[in-house]
Design a protein around this ligand. Structure first.
Ligand code: HEC
Length: 190
């Protein structure tokens, strides 16, 4: 019995993922090209090499890209795993199974970032939440893009939920570009 426990403990330790050692190299090789503070490419508004920014995408709520302890609920992982997703990442490539396993492991273990306060996964099973549409990109007439979840249409405004703090913010639909206006109307259609 004792040796079985030891075996299990070793197996778990061996499969655990460390951000610096296991995750950062995957992101650097496959994602920084388009998502990096250093290269100045912030496609979709995402950067993965600035951890203070990256951490805003990690939270236990419906709009976060990464939900600590919950790989299945993490949109970030879904676009990587699901090759037929309309926003599959990286766009013209598929990560190896080994890389996907490491990312899954890292998220399962809480998606910790070094030097950044750990995101705490809720331990109490939460009541089923009303599922919100995934986070989307919104671009205004000045060409500035933000990411937020669609909440509802309200008169001339679209109410967006900010991923960083869950705050609901009304935004004038007329100030969005044509594509985002269409996205708002479609999301708000009954
Ligand atoms: C060749 C450029 C490119 C590479 C490489 C790339 N991305 Fe992206 N990524 C984009 C673009 C462009 C968007 C915005 C897509 C949109 O909103 O239509 C995006 C959006 C995303 C999103 C948001 C998807 C959504 O549904 O809004 C995530 C998450 C993401 N990327 C993760 C990654 C990860 C992780 C990697 C590396 C494994 C990666 N990307 C590599 C260009 C890239």
């Amino acid at each position: 019995m004792k040796s079985l426990c030891l075996l299990l403990a070793t197996a778990v330790a061996a499969s655990s993922a460390d951000f610096k050692k296991d995750i950062e190299p995957i992101l650097e090789k496959n994602c920084y090209e388009c998502h990096s503070e250093k290269t100045g490419k912030r496609k979709g508004g995402f950067v993965f090499d600035d951890l203070e920014t990256f951490k805003l995408d990690i939270a236990d709520n419906d709009v976060a890209q990464i939900r600590p302890g919950n790989p299945d609920g993490s949109h970030f992982l879904e676009v990587i795993v699901n090759a037929s997703h309309e926003k599959h990442m990286p766009p013209d490539d598929q990560l190896s199974n080994g890389d996907i396993r490491k990312l899954t492991e890292w998220i399962k273990e809480g998606a910790l970032l070094p030097g950044v306060k750990p995101a705490v996964a809720s331990t109490t099973p939460s009541a089923p939440k009303k599922s919100l549409p995934p986070i989307m990109s919104w671009t205004n007439l000045e060409g500035k893009t933000i990411r937020a979840g669609f909440v509802r249409l309200e008169g001339a405004n679209v109410v967006l939920r900010m991923p960083a703090n869950g705050q609901e913010v009304p935004y004038p639909i007329a100030k969005l570009n044509a594509e985002s206006q269409k996205q708002a109307q479609e999301a708000g259609a009954p």
